[in-house]
Design a protein around this ligand. Structure first.
Ligand SMILES: [Mg+2]
Length: 282
């Protein structure tokens, strides 16, 4: 474990700049930027009055989103079909009108409850100051993901939003990571992807040629070597980037060689957190 304060990047030419170039950072949305599970789980409880069916809901959601990605359903039809199938699995046979009402109410409750994690805006500020292109890459079914980013005031940070349901390919399929790189006009080896799911996000990105980083917010410490760098908060991402990569701001034409900014990026508790980077398999 190391402790460090990562300053805001400045446009200067570092005489000792070395290492691979990084031009872009891709970020998953749900449970990486937005505390989606807390909001969605609460709304599901509101719909059925019990909290023990979350894993079933997740499984059925993934199955139905896969049908959107495959072009079998549109996003709106998927939500109704998923909720109807879920209620049927609970033994509740309900007509389409009631499914519609229940799903609309559940969805409204999710929309009201979702929130950004505290480390998101400071991290996005830092990435922008570092001169990095930024993409959101999500396995969700439709354009509501852009509405989330807009509603939470962070859409301005993103050069593109890549949505599995629109593209027809979902993480960990390499196509979605390569589509993000193509839209950002950067080679995969000069891009990094961060997400909360080890297999879908970090390992998938790594296998597509990007640097995959696992955001392990819960400190789950998997058995064995995950084969990718692991961070426990987005506050640790700048430290990972500056220790491994040359960013556009470190090779720009302006500035005084060797000059470093003195003001740390302000985090939710007054500065970047103590770094607790767990590097694996490098
Ligand atoms: Mg996620």
């Amino acid at each position: 474990m190391t402790s460090a304060v990562v300053p805001m990047p400045v446009h200067c030419e570092l005489p000792h700049a070395h290492g691979p170039r990084l031009q872009a950072v891709c970020l998953d949305i749900d449970d990486t930027l937005i505390d989606f599970t807390t909001a969605a789980r609460k709304a599901l409880y509101g719909m059925i009055g019990r909290d023990d069916m979350w894993s079933t809901w997740q499984r059925m959601t993934e199955e139905h989103v896969a049908r959107v990605v495959a072009g079998e359903l549109d996003s709106g039809s998927m939500r109704l079909a998923r909720t109807k199938a879920f209620l049927a699995d609970l033994g509740a046979v309900v007509d389409d009108e009631l499914v519609h009402r229940l799903e609309d109410r559940r969805r409204a409750e999710v929309d009201e409850a979702w929130a950004l994690f505290d480390d998101v805006v400071p991290c996005l500020d830092w990435l922008q100051a570092a001169g990095l292109k930024v993409a959101a890459v999500t396995n969700a079914s439709g354009a509501h993901q852009r509405d989330k980013l807009n509603a939470l005031g962070i859409a301005r940070f993103f050069d593109t939003v890549v949505i599995a349901g629109e593209l027809g390919a979902a993480k960990p399929d390499p196509q979605i990571f390569r589509a993000a790189c193509d839209r950002l006009d950067v080679p995969a080896q000069e891009a990094l992807h961060v997400g909360d799911r080890l297999d879908v996000d970090a390992v998938g990105a790594r296998d597509a040629g990007l640097l995959g980083v696992w955001l392990d917010r819960c400190g789950r410490e998997p058995p064995g070597d995950p084969g990718v760098p692991v961070i426990e908060t987005l506050s640790d991402l700048p430290e990972l980037i500056v220790s491994e990569y040359v960013t556009p701001s470190a090779t720009g034409p302006a500035g005084v060689p060797g000059q470093r900014a003195t003001d740390p990026v302000s985090g939710p508790h007054g500065g970047w957190s103590t770094i607790s980077l767990r590097q694996h398999g490098q």
